[in-house]
Every structure is written in C-alpha cells, then in structure tokens.
Design a protein around this ligand. Structure first.
Ligand SMILES: Nc1ncnc2c1ncn2[C@@H]1O[C@H](COP(=O)(O)OP(=O)(O)O)[C@@H](O)[C@H]1O
Ligand SMILES: CC(C)(COP(=O)(O)O)[C@@H](O)C(=O)NCCC(=O)O
Length: 144
C-alpha cells in the first residue's frame, strides 16, 4: 500500500509505536519507536500525521504535543460504520479497535474476495470479511 508524501502514519499499540513515512525524495521509511520524543528525528518533511490508537490516551497526548510544537496537523482516526466498500459488523462502532478496522481496509483495498485478516501483536486478532465488503465479525485472543 503506498503512503503519500509528507504524511506520517502512526499505529500506537500496547507494546510500541509503529510508523510509516514517505520522505520528500519518495523514499519509504517504516519502523518502530517507543515514545513521542523519538518522532523528533523524522519530522522535517512531515505536514500531516494520522494516528491510530486504541486507548493509549497518555501516549497519544504526548505525540499530539510533539506534533503541534512542530506545526504538524494531526488526526486521531476512528473506526467507522462503513468506508471504501467495507461495512463494520459492530453495532457500537467505537468498540471496534481502529487497528482492526484499518487492517481490514488495507486488505479490502488489495483483495475484493472473502478474506480473514490476522494480526499478531500484543494480542492476536482475527476479522472475517466477505466479498461484498461486509465485516462478519472477529475475535481477540491473548498472545504468548
Ligand atoms: N515478527 C515477529 N515475530 C515474533 N513476535 C513478534 C513479531 N513482531 C512482533 N512480535 C511481538 O508482538 C508484540 C508486539 O506486537 P506489535 O503488533 O508490534 O505491537 P502492538 O501490540 O504494540 O501493536 C511483542 O511482544 C513482539 O515481541
Ligand atoms: C485487541 C487490541 C488490544 C489489539 O491491540 P495490539 O495487539 O495491536 O496492541 C485492540 O484491537 C483493541 O483494544 N480492540 C478493542 C476491542 C475490540 O476491537 O473489540
């Protein structure tokens, strides 16, 4: 999946913060950081940042402070009822972890058939989507 130039994507998880960045030369950077201050080394070309986080209020606040101090606009994104041909199974949409929603959107963008997306992190998640883009549900299991 391509990432537009000057946009920083952050996934603030339970264990660490993952990032994706395309710099002004078009070079892609992916990596892992532990804290908001670690962002300082990579902000020179960034104009906008999109943040995915489930909970993690303190870390998100610290990240937003670093971004604001560096004149970077940021958006804390959320799960939605429907987007880009994908419909969420949850009745209470904000209860679905946005990391799960984004994993489904990324898979749906690449593959229009039936699929299951498994994400092995601090927890393991599985979500099932049919060929019409309907999320059928999923589950969360502890990792080791
Ligand atoms: N390729 C891998 N092989 C084995 N364990 C991994 C791998 N990638 C991540 N982990 C483990 O998964 C956990 C972190 O998952 P990750 O999805 O990166 O973070 P988060 O849960 O914070 O989103 C850590 O316990 C890490 O050791
Ligand atoms: C299951 C998760 C903790 C996974 O987080 P991670 O392993 O990436 O840190 C996260 O998706 C979450 O908190 N979800 C909220 C509950 C739900 O999606 O039903």
């Amino acid at each position: 999946m391509s990432v537009p130039n000057n946009i920083l994507l952050l996934d603030v998880g339970n264990t660490c913060i993952k990032y994706a960045l395309v710099d002004s030369t078009g070079k892609k950077h992916f990596g892992v950081i532990q804290k908001a201050d670690d962002l300082l080394a990579m902000l020179a070309t960034v104009k906008t940042c999109y943040i995915s986080a489930v909970g993690q209020k303190i870390k998100v606040k610290e990240i937003q402070t670093v971004l604001t101090d560096n004149n970077i606009e940021s958006y804390h994104i959320a799960s939605q009822a429907a987007f880009a041909g994908l419909t969420c199974a949850y009745q209470k949409i904000n209860k679905l972890g946005v990391d799960r929603w984004l994993a489904m959107l990324a898979c749906r963008k690449q593959y229009a058939g039936n699929f299951a997306v498994l994400d092995f992190g601090t927890a393991m998640t599985c979500d099932v989507v049919n060929a019409t883009g309907q999320h059928l549900g999923g589950w969360i299991a502890p990792m080791f």
